[in-house]
Design a protein around this ligand. Sequence first.
Ligand code: DGL
Length: 235
Amino acid sequence: MGVESKKSAPIGVFDSGVGGLTVVREIVRQLPNENIVYFGDTARVPYGSKSRQTIIRFSEQIIRFLKTKEVKAIVIACNTASALALDAVRDEYDIPILGVVVPGARAAVEATVNKKVGVVGTDATVQSGGYWAVEVIEKACPLFVPLVDEGFKEHVVTREIIEYYLESMRATDIDAMILGCTHYPLLRSKIRAYLGDRIQIVNPAYETAMDLRALLKEQAMENDGTEDRKSHYEF
Ligand code: DGL
């Protein structure tokens, strides 16, 4: 790929389903000139209850698919796949691959004052220990993903399930909590209403898009918008 075609090549983004769109939203905000190809694996969601081997295999298949779209970089917009598969796939391909766990952990370290951080995520992410770079209190919230997928955000059961999962978290003295699953920002206002203002909610999407921007700049791959009149998004 020549330098100019590399600049206009799309960014590949994937998740187990719709959650990764919360990361796409942030990439679009911060990198409005970039073209994006998004793959949501809605046929095989949830990843959170699957084994590491399965998640690595799914990630490899999706990366191979995105490579057929000539992407110049890939963002794994899924905490579960970032925590369990990123290390295994990163060096296998000739394009940069970014995850959401490291950016999220970094944002939480910056947000916390008392160095006690909560993490909510899928079972697989919580068991992976991916976030243990900071002192964390973790809680798997597996029902959040189907609530989002089924459009239950405003349903009364969502409030009850948030309380069921987060009651113990609210009782701790954490002052920041990472939304360690890309589906969860879609429940952010409800989670915020339950936790109150004492706990800062950290959405790794913002920091991930910042990392992507830095990487594209460093590798001279930024789309400066001179070739395309309008960014192209494919889902
Ligand atoms: N959105 C995925 C994540 O960030 C999880 C959803 C799932 O269990 O597939 O971890």
